[in-house]
Design a protein around this ligand. Structure first.
Ligand code: IVH
Length: 693
C-alpha cells in the first residue's frame, strides 16, 4: 500500500490506524492476512512513534491500545443493561424433543426454524459499543453485574475497537465467548513449563486466568479468541427479524462469528447437527462442550420469554461425558451446608474430560450399594464439563481379594454428632444442625452471599477466621460483631473492618424473598423464595401455614400432602415437606427470632393475590406487540388490577389482549370465543373502574 509520507501527522496517524485495523480484521477475524507480520509491526511502530510525539493524536480505537495497560488494582463492577442469561441443558434426544415440543406448543406452529451453533467452552463476555466505539467489556458475573475487564478484552485481536460499516447502533451490548484455541493453549503451557511455572489444566481455565489478569500486558501475550453470538441491549438500530440476520450484522461490524453455525429445522435437524459436531469435535481447533439451538425468529423469542435466568427459546445439548478407568483408594465422608453426609471417592489421579481427577462423588449410600463399590476396586470415572466427576461403575473382573465394603460412619466426621438417615430418605445427615461447624460454615457462606443478604466484604476467608476465633457461632452473631476484634483479625485493619460493619448494617434491611432464600431451606432456591414471599406476604403467615400443613407430610398420597403450601406456584409435595420440616425445628425458629431481634427486617410484601380491581378473578393472555408498552409492563398493570396473566389460551381464559402481529393465540381466542381486547380498551377499562367508586 502506497502512503503519502509528506501528509500532516494527523492525516498520517489516521491512515495508519485505518490500515492497521484493516490488517487486524483480515488476520484475526477473516484468517486471511495480506501482509507479513514484520510489515504489520513496522506500521504499528510508526503509529506508536507518531502518537508518542503527538499525544493529542491518540484515539481510543488506535491499534496501539491493544498491547495492554499498566496493572489495575481490581475490577470495577459493571451492570449489564440486559441481563446475561444462561442456558438450560439437555443430554439426549428425548430431552431435546421435549424442548422442541414446548416451543411448538407455545408458538402454535408445526415445525420450528432453529439456528444451531457450537457451544464454545470459554467465558461469556459482554462488549459495549457507543456510536461504534468500544467503550467497555465485562464478564458475565452473576448475570446482572459483571466485572470490568475492558483492558484485557482490548488486547484480543478479534475484538473490534471500532465497529465497521455505517449500519451500526448508537449503543449496543455484543455478547460472545472468549476462548483459547488448542494451539494457543499448548503454547501457553510450553511457556509455563520453560519458566518452571504451574501448568494449566485445560484451555477454559487458562482463558479464565488470562481474562482475570490485573496486568493486561500479560493478557496481551495470550492468544485469546472471541466469537460473537448474540446481542444484549441495543439502542438506535432496527433489529432484524431473524437470528441469522443478526449474525450477519455481527460479521459486517467486524466480529468473528463461528462458521460452523447452521440454520436447521425441527428436532430432527437439531439432532443431525449434534451428530455432525460430535463427529468433528476431535479435529476442531478449539474445545466445544456441546451445541446450542436457538429459535431463529426473534419475535417468537419474545413470546417464549424466559424463566429463572434461562431463555425458553434456546437450549444447550451437551456432549456425553468422557470416561476413564482408575483405582478407588479410599472413601471419605463430607458434610455439606444442609448436614448431608456425602461419600467422596479418593482416586488414583487420572486425566479425564480435560482435567486431572483425584476426587469423585459417590452420591449416597444407596448408590454405593447399587453399584457395589468397594475400596480397592478399579472403577470407571466420568466427567462432563464443569459437572463434578462421578464414579460410574466398578470393573468387577479387576476386583482384588483385599477389596473392602464402604460403611456409613455413625458419627459426623466434623462435629462428632449423630448421623441419621430418615426412613425413605437416601441422604444421611448430621443431626447437629447449626451447631455443627460444617453446617454453620456452609450456612453462613450462603447467608451472606450475593443473592442472599449480600454482605459485601464478608468473604469465606474472613468467615472462617470469625468461626475459628469463636466470634461467630450462629447466623445472628454476625450482627453483633464489634469493630475492635474485627480489626484485629488477619489482613483486616480498622478501615476494612469498618467497611464490613457498614455492609452488615446495610444488609439488615432486606426483602422477605431474600431472607427466605438466605435461610438455606432445602430445595428453596431464589425463584421459590420469591414465590413464597409473594404468596404469603409475611413470614408469620408462611410459618403458620407450615404448621398447619406439618401433620400431612407423611400422607400416603401426594395430593393429601401439604395442601396449603402447595397453593404456591411450583411448590410440590417434596419442597412443601422440606419447608414444613424447616419451620418445625425449634432451633430454626429461634435462629430466625434472633435475626429479627438483631434488627434484620424487610418492608411489607404486597401479597400477589391481594390487589383488587377490574381484572380480579380474570385470566388474561397477552399476545403480539403492544403500542408503546412492553409485555412486562402490560402484565404488571393487569396484575395490579387483580388479574392473572397466563401464557396460553384455553377455555378458562377470560380475555386475550392482542397487539400488532398477534398470531396463533389470537386465532385460538377467536376459535374459542374468548373476548379479544386491544391495549386502548384495557386502559379504558382500568380508567373507568377507578372512576366508579
Ligand atoms: S447463547 C440467552 N450461544 O454457554 C443465551 N452461549 O451455558 C445466551 N456459550 O453463558 C448464551 N457457546 O457463555 C450462547 N453459541 C453459544 C454459546 C454460548 C457457548 C456459553 C455462554 C453461556 C453458557 C451457557
Amino acid at each position: 500500500m502506497d502512503v503519502d509520507v509528506t501528509a500532516t501527522p494527523a492525516a498520517r496517524a489516521q491512515a495508519l490506524r485505518a490500515q492497521l485495523n484493516e490488517h487486524n480484521h483480515r488476520y484475526y477475524v477473516l484468517d486471511d492476512p495480506s501482509i507479513s507480520d514484520a510489515e504489520y509491526d513496522a506500521l504499528l511502530r510508526e503509529l506508536s512513534a507518531l502518537e508518542h510525539a503527538h499525544p493529542e493524536l491518540l484515539t481510543p480505537d488506535s491499534p496501539t491500545q491493544r498491547v495492554g495497560a499498566p496493572p489495575a488494582h481490581e475490577f470495577a463492577p459493571i451492570t449489564h443493561r440486559a441481563p446475561m442469561l444462561s442456558l438450560n441443558n439437555c443430554f439426549n434426544a428425548g430431552e431435546l424433543a421435549d424442548f422442541d415440543r414446548r416451543v411448538r406448543e407455545t408458538l402454535g406452529i408445526a415445525i420450528v426454524d432453529y439456528v444451531a451453533e457450537p457451544k464454545l467452552d470459554g467465558l461469556g463476555v459482554s462488549l459495549t459499543y457507543e456510536n461504534g466505539l468500544f467503550i467497555q467489556g465485562a464478564t458475565r458475573g452473576d448475570g446482572q453485574t459483571g466485572e470490568d475487564i475492558s483492558a484485557n478484552l482490548r488486547t484480543i485481536g478479534s475484538i473490534p475497537l471500532r465497529l465497521r460499516g455505517s449500519d451500526i447502533p448508537e449503543w449496543v451490548e455484543v455478547r460472545g465467548e472468549v476462548f483459547l484455541p488448542h494451539a494457543g493453549f499448548a503454547q501457553m503451557n510450553a511457556d509455563a513449563r520453560a519458566r518452571g511455572d504451574k501448568l494449566y489444566v485445560n484451555p477454559r481455565n487458562a482463558a479464565a486466568g488470562s481474562l482475570r489478569q490485573l496486568d493486561s500486558r500479560q493478557t496481551a501475550r495470550r492468544p485469546l479468541q472471541f466469537y460473537a453470538y448474540a446481542l444484549g441491549a441495543v439502542q438506535g438500530w432496527r433489529e432484524p427479524a431473524r437470528h441469522q440476520d443478526l449474525l450477519a450484522a455481527l460479521r459486517a461490524w467486524g466480529f468473528a462469528v463461528s462458521d460452523l453455525i447452521q440454520p436447521v429445522q425441527g428436532a430432527a435437524g437439531c439432532m443431525a447437527f449434534y451428530e455432525a459436531m460430535n463427529a468433528r469435535r476431535p479435529t476442531l481447533p478449539f474445545d466445544i462442550d456441546g451445541v446450542v439451538y436457538k429459535v431463529d425468529d426473534l419475535a417468537a423469542r419474545e413470546e417464549l420469554g424466559s424463566v429463572s435466568r434461562a431463555p425458553r427459546w434456546a437450549i444447550a445439548h451437551k456432549f456425553a461425558a468422557e470416561e476413564a478407568q482408575t483405582v478407588l483408594e479410599n472413601v471419605e465422608f463430607q458434610v455439606g451446608r444442609t448436614g448431608a453426609v456425602t461419600p467422596v471417592a479418593r482416586l488414583a489421579p487420572v486425566f479425564v474430560g480435560g482435567a486431572t481427577v483425584s476426587n469423585a462423588t459417590l452420591h449416597n449410600m444407596d448408590e454405593i450399594a447399587r453399584k457395589d463399590v468397594r475400596i480397592g476396586d478399579t472403577v470407571i470415572v466420568r466427567r462432563a464439563g464443569d459437572v463434578i466427576p462421578e464414579v460410574k461403575e466398578v470393573v468387577l473382573e479387576l476386583r482384588p481379594d483385599s477389596a473392602r465394603a464402604v460403611a456409613l460412619p455413625s458419627q459426623c466426621p466434623v462435629c462428632g454428632g449423630h448421623i441419621e438417615r430418615e426412613v425413605g430418605e437416601v441422604v444421611a445427615r448430621c443431626s447437629n444442625g447449626l451447631s455443627c461447624q460444617a453446617q454453620l460454615h456452609g450456612a453462613l457462606l450462603h447467608f451472606v452471599s450475593r443473592r442472599a443478604l449480600d454482605i459485601e466484604g464478608l468473604g469465606e476467608k474472613l468467615l472462617v477466621q470469625l468461626i475459628e476465633t469463636g466470634h461467630v457461632k450462629s447466623l445472628a452473631d454476625i450482627f453483633g460483631l464489634q469493630l475492635k476484634p474485627l480489626a484485629e483479625l488477619e489482613r483486616m485493619g480498622e478501615k476494612s473492618a469498618q467497611n464490613v460493619l457498614d455492609a452488615i448494617e446495610k444488609s439488615k434491611t432486606t426483602t422477605l424473598a431474600r431472607f427466605l432464600y438466605a435461610l438455606g431451606i432445602r430445595d428453596v432456591g431464589e425463584a421459590t423464595a420469591r414465590d413464597l414471599a409473594a404468596h404469603f406476604g409475611s413470614l408469620e403467615a408462611l410459618i403458620d401455614t407450615a404448621r398447619l400443613d406439618a401433620p400431612t407430610i407423611h400422607a400416603e398420597k401426594d395430593k393429601d400432602c401439604c395442601p396449603r403450601l402447595r397453593q404456591v406456584p411450583d411448590v410440590g409435595p417434596i419442597v412443601a415437606s422440606k419447608i414444613c420440616h424447616f419451620f418445625g425445628e425449634p432451633q430454626n425458629l429461634a435462629a430466625i427470632q434472633a435475626l429479627q431481634n438483631a434488627g434484620v427486617q424487610w418492608p411489607q410484601v404486597e401479597k400477589s393475590a391481594s390487589p383488587q380491581g377490574i381484572f380480579t378473578g380474570k385470566t388474561v393472555v397477552i399476545t403480539g406487540t403492544l403500542p408503546g408498552v412492553s409485555r412486562d409492563q402490560a402484565s404488571e398493570l393487569i396484575q395490579t388490577h387483580g388479574g392473572k396473566v397466563s401464557g396460553s389460551v384455553s377455555k378458562k381464559t377470560d380475555y386475550v389482549l392482542a397487539g400488532e402481529a398477534a398470531g396463533s393465540k389470537l386465532a385460538k381466542a377467536e376459535q374459542l370465543g374468548v373476548p379479544v381486547l386491544d391495549w386502548a380498551q384495557v386502559l379504558a377499562m382500568v380508567k373507568e373502574s377507578q372512576r366508579t367508586p
